[in-house]
Design a protein around this ligand. Structure first.
Ligand code: UDP
Length: 238
């Protein structure tokens, strides 16, 4: 049975692009992700992407060292998301998916500046939009950016890709008896302080009644398989 979702915002962490040896970017990983996204668009899903920058810089961690202030470190983090987005856009286009990067931070010689109406237009035409630069403001994360853009672009859900195939009652790597939840409410996710997304992102999703699907993109799972319920996930929904 297909989930009742058609337009999806897929949130990837920057670490999803990392090479096995730790290098910040891996061409094979980008190709695999692009082929996964190509299958999802071929299956009829409209895809917007938000990619984090944590494989390069996280502003909070960087500024904690004390030599740089948080807004400057966050600006560097937002620039990191633009680099990741350009890499993903390139890989998508090379794999037959028409994609364009739109950045919340204006840099017109590098990519288009994010604006809602053109982004909606591209999605309606079946193009993939890669939403870079986070919200454009410091003190936010790309999880919050993902929920914000999903609400703006009338997405039916956010698919948060993680290392595991859903939300568990305990760390499944450490506890063999950990149980995967099929469904949780936003309030339950906030009350349990689930680390899968930050509280601001869950709160924004709750206010917008926006479902968040937590799943893994590691084979045999994929975006299309999760959305068509052929792969496990946890759905956080009202
Ligand atoms: N960032 C920001 N404002 C935003 C989104 C991101 O300042 O709206 C900065 C922040 O420093 C963050 C970094 O960009 O740590 C990278 O994003 P994030 O940590 O969300 O990446 P991920 O963990 O998903 O790879």
């Amino acid at each position: 049975m297909t989930m009742p979702y058609r337009r999806i915002l897929v949130k990837l962490s920057g670490e999803a692009l990392q090479a096995p040896d730790g290098f910040w970017l891996d061409a094979q990983v980008l190709t695999r992700l692009s082929q996964d996204i190509a299958r999802a668009t071929a299956a009829g899903f409209e895809i917007a992407l938000v990619i984090g920058g944590g494989n390069i810089i996280r502003g909070a961690r960087m500024s904690a060292a004390g030599w740089i202030d948080r807004p400057t470190a966050d600006s560097m983090g937002m620039l990191a998301t633009v680099m990741n987005s350009l890499a993903l856009e390139t890989a998508l286009n090379a794999n037959g998916v028409s994609a364009r990067t739109m950045s919340a931070v204006s840099m017109p010689t590098i990519c288009e500046t994010y604006a809602r109406q053109p982004a909606l237009h591209y999605l309606e035409k079946g193009q993939v939009v890669v939403l870079a630069g986070g919200t454009g403001n410091p003190f936010f994360t790309t999880d919050t950016s993902a929920v914000l853009r999903a609400a703006e672009l009338r997405c039916d859900a956010v698919l948060k890709a993680t290392q595991v195939d859903g939300v568990y009652s305990a760390d499944p790597k450490a506890h063999a008896d950990a149980k995967r939840y099929d469904r949780l409410t936003h309030d339950e996710a906030i009350a349990r302080d689930l680390k899968v997304m930050d509280t601001a992102a869950f709160a924004l999703a709750r206010d917008g009644k926006l479902p968040i699907i937590v799943g893994s993109l590691h084979a045999p799972s994929s975006i299309a398989a999760i959305l068509e319920r052929e792969a496990p996930s946890t759905v956080v929904a009202p």
